[in-house]
Design a binder for this molecule. Structure first.
Ligand SMILES: CCCCCCCCCCCCCCCCCC(=O)SCCNC(=O)CCNC(=O)[C@H](O)C(C)(C)COP(=O)(O)OP(=O)(O)OC[C@H]1O[C@@H](n2cnc3c(N)ncnc32)[C@H](O)[C@@H]1OP(=O)(O)O
Ligand SMILES: NC(=O)C1=CN([C@@H]2O[C@H](COP(=O)(O)OP(=O)(O)OC[C@H]3O[C@@H](n4cnc5c(N)ncnc54)[C@H](OP(=O)(O)O)[C@@H]3O)[C@@H](O)[C@H]2O)C=CC1
Length: 513
């Protein structure tokens, strides 16, 4: 019997960010392994015209939850969606709901965050820092609370090369930052943002670091742990391989490469691609919840959930395997044949951006205009290049994360728990994982049917022929222009012609047969 699964039985669990990528997998695993848990409270806002109930309905009816429905048929009764907006005071939770949360919650998993790299500082602080502070305040009023698990990121200190399982202070206290957001206007905030984030690449990593400081400062008597995952990718094993439902991290770039938009990226092939499957992160998170509640460590423990030091894969290997998978399972209606290159040189990268990204987009838009349609490729390409430029920081560096606490936890688990809540990435076969990831992107993100693969391959063959035709035409035009302008080119041309048309020793053309 799994001790961790048994621990969650009968518990009331509060999850923030349950509608997000990680939150959904966390809920799924909890329901599947501990169907006798009492209730999962989720803080949900309304979005895209959907009520909180409609959002929950959609999640429970998704493919991800198919297995849960077999194990826990009354899952919809055990999930209690509470309307909440983490940007509002007291999260805009009603008094009755707040009362229930305060009196019943046993465990909190705080996953909600803004993960956008370009969020204005004010918004990133509100969600990643102030909301965390408010949630801690709520937690301190929960008499039955056994553990508070905060999800951070392994990149919260990405300005360092070696990162230990400790909280590193930021120069300006989070409380001062929170206060200043109250009275500074947006223009001033924008002006001071680069100074505040310092050598971090974006407001996301900076505010996640501030969030950790808040956890440390406001922990009081709470039983707290922090989990720092690296780049979270599709599921490895559970509930099935390759599940992914958003474009963050590598997923968006896999689509861009598979559809032939992304042809080159400034990335270091030998740099470690510190990807971690989402189900691995969830298994560690649940194990940490159990350990923190049962063993009550004296201080806040930080767990790095990374793959680089256990089972490293690099970007070169990853890119190669992604392209190899496109050969077997191409995406439908590609713009160009998938063929993305890595370059480490900024100038070469700019050259390829002009030649392989912008030029084809301009030509395609010209074609759209000629055929009376609205041009759109240049705009799309500009957005893609902007996205790529934001991710470049992470694909040109390697980090070392110490994993003492994660390894300690692994050794504390019973063999059964090590199996059910497996977070040992040494067992991960990268080639298989990446292949399943690409397949998952095709199936669950692009919603493409496997039956369309022959047609997709046929389309790629057509694109290859167009490519050859286009290149030949381009070569001929360039050559024709060159001979018109250069005597030397003309001499070379006549020399070749003579060599080809007049057999050696003869000045007569070859007779046509
Ligand atoms: C052979 C090649 C193989 C390639 C493999 C190489 C892979 C390298 C991957 C490196 C990943 C490094 C990630 C590092 C993560 C750090 C870990 C964390 O904690 S951080 C946690 C992880 N956090 C993150 O990863 C956040 C990263 N993302 C962001 O911050 C923002 O999306 C943005 C600033 C990039 C774009 O903002 P903005 O322009 O305002 O627009 P929107 O957001 O509204 O989207 C606009 C359009 O772009 C689309 N799209 C979106 N994302 C991607 C993508 N990744 N990609 C491509 N496309 C993407 C989106 O669908 C939309 O399309 P459409 O609907 O218009 O057609
Ligand atoms: N994905 C990754 O690569 C990594 C993620 N992490 C961390 O893991 C955690 C989960 O990330 P992930 O699941 O990928 O992120 P997602 O963007 O998929 O999910 C974010 C969640 O936060 C919720 N949320 C955002 N703003 C609000 C708000 N104002 N009120 C209520 N809820 C809100 C979202 O709700 P809604 O659906 O309504 O938008 C969503 O449920 C985050 O803390 C992140 O920093 C760490 C390392 C890597």
């Amino acid at each position: 019997m799994s001790m961790i699964a048994a621990f969650y039985g009968g518990k009331s669990i509060l999850i923030t960010g349950a509608t997000g990528f990680m939150g959904k997998v966390l809920m799924e695993k909890l329901f599947r392994t501990s169907p006798d848990l009492k209730v999962i409270y989720i803080l949900v806002r309304t979005k895209a015209g959907q009520t909180t109930q409609q959002r929950v309905f959609q999640i429970l009816n998704s493919k991800l939850f198919e297995k849960v429905k077999e194990v826990c048929p009354n899952v919809h009764e055990k999930i209690r969606a509470i309307y909440a907006d983490l940007n509002q005071n007291d999260f805009a939770i009603s008094k009755e709901d707040m009362q229930e949360l305060l009196s019943c919650t046993n465990i909190i998993f705080h996953c909600a965050a803004t993960v956008r790299f370009d969020d204005p500082l004010r918004h990133a602080v509100q969600l990643n820092v102030t909301a965390t502070q408010q949630l801690l305040l709520m937690a301190s009023q929960m008499p039955k609370l056994e553990a508070f698990i905060h999800i951070s990121t392994a990149f919260s200190n990405c300005n360092l090369k070696h990162i230990d399982e400790v909280i590193y202070p930021c120069p300006v206290e989070p409380k001062k930052i929170i206060d200043s957001m109250e009275w500074l206007d947006d223009a001033i905030i924008d002006e001071i943002t680069p100074k505040l984030i310092g050598d971090r690449p974006n407001t996301y990593t900076y505010t996640k670091a501030l969030g950790e400081m808040v956890v440390q400062q406001e922990s009081g008597n709470l039983n707290i742990a922090i989990i720092r995952p690296s780049i979270v990718g599709a599921t490895w094993q559970e509930p099935f391989p390759g599940w992914v439902d958003n474009l963050n991290g590598p997923s968006g770039l896999i689509i861009a490469a598979g559809k032939g938009f992304l042809r080159s990226i400034r990335a270091t092939p030998m740099a470690v691609a510190d990807l971690i499957p989402v189900d691995t992160v969830v298994n560690l998170t649940l194990a940490v919840g159990w350990y923190t509640a049962v063993h009550r460590p004296k201080s806040t423990l930080i767990y790095h959930c990374t793959s680089g030091n256990f089972n490293p894969c690099n970007w070169g290997k990853m890119g190669f395997q992604v392209l190899a998978t496109f050969e077997k399972v191409p995406f439908e209606r590609a713009f160009r044949r998938p063929n993305a290159d890595f370059t480490t040189n900024t100038i070469t990268s700019q050259y390829w951006n002009a030649v392989s990204h912008r030029a084809p987009a301009i030509i395609y838009d010209f074609y759209l205009r000629l055929t009376g349609r609205k041009p759109r490729m240049t705009k799309l390409m500009n957005r893609l290049l902007r996205t790529v430029s934001m991710l470049e920081y992470f694909v040109n560096r390697s980090w070392e994360w110490s994993t003492y606490n994660t390894e300690m936890l692994m050794s504390e688990l019973s063999p059964e728990d090590q199996r059910v809540f497996n977070f040992d990435v040494r067992q991960l076969n990268w080639l298989e994982y990446i292949e399943n990831y690409v397949l998952g992107v095709k199936k669950y993100l692009l919603k493409e049917d496997m039956a369309g693969i022959p047609e997709a391959k046929q389309h790629l063959r057509r694109l290859r022929n167009i490519h050859y035709l286009f290149n030949t035409a381009l070569f001929l035009i360039a050559w024709r222009l060159l001979i018109a302008r250069s005597q030397m080119a003309r001499n070379v041309w006549f020399f070749i012609m003579r060599f080809d048309f007049f057999p050696s020793g003869s000045l007569q053309p070859r007779s046509k047969v």
